[in-house]
Design a binder for this molecule. Structure first.
Ligand SMILES: NC(=O)C[C@H](N)C(=O)O
Length: 572
């Protein structure tokens, strides 16, 4: 048997009934004549059967004397199925929110607004839903009300559309990375490192020691430190102090803030890797762009062209595939692929709440004719543009940046949004930030800014997009052991072994730091990656919820994740 035939047989035997989306996409039996003589048996099977059973939830119901109308949804599409029922078969508990099994036939609709009607012959209420107390009422509900009822909010059409959008975006990412020869890998959630060195990790609490290990060790001749002996004049009693809690893994553990470091280890083994993983940041931030638990799409790949000069200023106007410019090219390709896929699959329902201007804008950004390659500018140039704008603002325009832009300071969200929304009016890559603003793993450029006047800069970029600000960040990774270790020592991430002084080592005239004098702690393995066949490589990370927000035209990342968590809120 041919492979396709075998697969077809398997799909026939082990298949679930069609979803509403699948049913609505199939031709009706009355339209089968449209299938010509060349139609395959698969085509014929995909015609709607004469009797179909649908499981779903009642979204709305209008009960009339003779005939009742209900909209039924199973979540597979925003278009509900329009069910027409003889009122005589409508049970009392067929109310908004109830889960039902309906059997009947699909017919060409006589009403406007939908192509097909579902003429119901049998109704079974699988789970009733008290219409008086059901929180998901038909009137529009505020985001805050739905966050409080997060366990039920997937029943609303906007959150359900967001869930389908996440799915569609993930499929698009899969397509792009597959085409580029990447391998999808899984990285750990628990880690011994703070990948950003920014101290925003959630720590895993210590645990009580394992009692069974205790009894094994009780045969040891040395007394347990948790046993104390109290002597009084009359009696001698032995009481056990509560055992000291210990690290479960033997060393401190955290929830990961980024998969990057682990991805780098896998990259150094199989070349091109990517992941979409949960990340956790213990920031108290209450902004519309931050969550304590979020998903990040991250990729690392070997870039053997990166070995040379990495100062990308020269390449700013002609995108090349070297160094940081090469990463920007990949990120642009990835986003254009993902958005094109979405637009082609006509996922209109999930873009900006049904298309409209937001869809048109996205179409423009991914079109080579209408928008072209995305703009790129160095951090130094961005600061100049922002300072010009600030000067204009000081001369009397109504809004004034809260933070005056200054070389050497981080771009604030207001700066990022002005660059993307007003200055460029579209996505813009900002590259080569001062090293002091960025983490230890970013590669130091070989030249210090123009004329040596600026600080040392790193070969990195942020992609800023309208409505969101920073969507993606990435860099060439520092593969030179000495440069890497120096930055880690300077920033206090690693220390010296007893008897050595960090300041002295850093200022010594010796060409390279002596690793034997350093305590690399939990970063020893990361340094090893460079010592054993380390090669130039690059990577980036993209907040998945921010992508969902940008593409979906959704204002707050709390509405871009199924079950959001942020400082002060975790209802389930
Ligand atoms: N993988 C990345 O480059 C993302 C970066 N580590 C971050 O967390 O922002």
């Amino acid at each position: 048997m041919k492979r396709t035939t075998i697969l077809h047989e398997i799909h026939k035997t082990y298949k679930l009934p069609p979803t509403i989306k699948q049913l609505l996409a199939r031709p009706l039996p009355s339209q089968t004549t449209a299938l010509d003589a060349h139609a395959t048996s698969q085509d014929k099977e995909s015609v709607v059967a004469s009797s179909v059973t649908v499981n779903g939830w009642i979204k709305s119901i209008r009960k009339q004397k003779r005939v009742s109308f209900a909209t039924v949804s199973d979540g597979s599409t925003s278009a509900g199925l329009q069910a027409v029922l003889q009122s005589s078969i409508v049970p009392k508990d067929l109310t908004n929110g109830a889960s039902v099994r309906l059997t009947g036939r699909l017919e060409k609709s006589r009403g406007a607004g939908q192509e097909k009607d579902f003429i119901v012959e049998e109704v079974e209420v699988l789970g009733a839903c008290d219409p008086e107390t059901y929180p998901i009422q038909k009137q529009s509900l505020t985001n805050e009300f739905l966050r409080e009822n997060v366990h039920l909010r997937g029943r609303t059409s906007s959150i359900a559309a967001m869930l389908r959008l996440r799915h569609a975006l993930q499929k698009g990412l899969d397509v792009y990375f597959e085409e580029q020869g990447f391998t999808y890998v899984n990285t750990p959630i628990l880690t011994s490192n703070d990948a950003e060195g920014a101290g925003e990790t959630f720590k895993i609490a210590k645990v009580k020691p394992d009692a069974s290990l205790d009894s094994e060790s009780s045969s040891s001749p040395s007394p347990s430190p948790s046993t104390t002996t109290t002597t009084t004049a009359a009696t001698t009693t032995t009481t056990k102090a509560p055992p000291l809690e210990e690290e479960f893994f033997g060393n401190p553990a955290h929830l990961t803030v980024s998969s990057q470091l682990h991805l780098e280890a896998l990259q150094a083994a199989i070349g091109r890797v990517w992941t979409l993983s949960p990340c956790f940041r213990a920031e108290r931030s209450q902004t519309s762009r931050h969550l304590a638990e979020f998903w990040m799409c991250e990729a690392e790949w070997a870039d053997l062209s990166v070995g040379g000069a990495t100062n990308a200023d020269a390449a700013a106007t002609t995108p090349t595939n070297d160094g940081v410019q090469g990463i920007c090219t990949v990120v642009e390709g990835m986003l254009k692929t993902v958005i094109q896929n979405l637009l082609r699959e006509n996922e209109d329902e999930v873009i900006g709440g049904g298309g409209g201007p937001h869809r048109t804008e996205l179409e423009k950004f991914v079109s080579e004719e209408k928008y072209g390659p995305w703009k790129r500018m160095s951090y130094a140039e961005a600061i100049v543009r922002l300072q010009e704008e600030y000067a204009r603002q000081l001369q009397g325009s109504s809004t004034l940046f809260e933070y005056p832009p200054e070389y050497g300071k981080s771009l604030q969200s207001e700066h990022e949004r002005w660059l993307a929304e007003v200055h460029v009016q579209g996505p813009v890559f900002v590259f080569n930030y001062p090293a002091s603003l960025k983490p230890f793993y970013m590669k130091l450029n070989e030249t210090r800014g123009e004329g040596g006047s600026r600080e040392e800069e790193v070969a990195c970029f942020d992609l800023l997009v309208p409505g969101v600000g920073e969507l993606v960040g990435g860099s060439v990774r520092e593969e030179r052991v000495d440069v890497l270790v120096r930055r880690m020592l300077e920033t206090g991430m690693i220390s010296t072994k007893p008897g050595f002084d960090a300041k002295e080592l850093l200022s010594s005239q010796e060409a390279e730091l002596d690793l034997d004098k350093l305590d690399l702690g939990s970063y020893a393995w990361y340094v090893d990656l460079r010592r054993y066949g380390g090669a130039p490589h690059v990577g980036f990370g993209m907040g998945f919820e921010r992508l969902v927000g940008w593409v979906g035209g959704i204002d707050n990342v709390r509405e871009c994740v199924p079950i959001p968590r942020w400082a002060g809120r975790m209802n389930l």
